[in-house]
Design a protein around this ligand. Structure first.
Ligand code: SF4
Length: 68
């Protein structure tokens, strides 16, 4: 079990991580994380989309998408 100090340090680090997340505009409003045409997920995973060497944005995708 974590001590109060350890718990405080952990939660401060977690807050810093969340603050680092940039604002992401996203028009995929059917995603559970979308709020007011912006991404509200604490972190997202973007991956290749059917290719191993992306040449344009069509060849990338948001893996974090989850249907609401
Ligand atoms: S998780 Fe991906 S698809 Fe969903 S709102 Fe965020 S950026 Fe858009």
């Amino acid at each position: 079990m974590k001590s109060f100090t350890e718990e405080k340090i952990f939660s401060e680090k977690r807050c810093e991580e969340v603050k680092k997340m940039p604002e992401i505009k996203c028009s995929v409003t059917e995603c559970v994380y979308n709020k007011d045409v912006k991404c509200g997920a604490p972190m997202i995973q973007v991956d290749h989309n059917g290719v191993s060497d992306a040449k344009n944005s069509d060849q990338t995708k948001c893996d974090t998408f989850k249907r609401s």
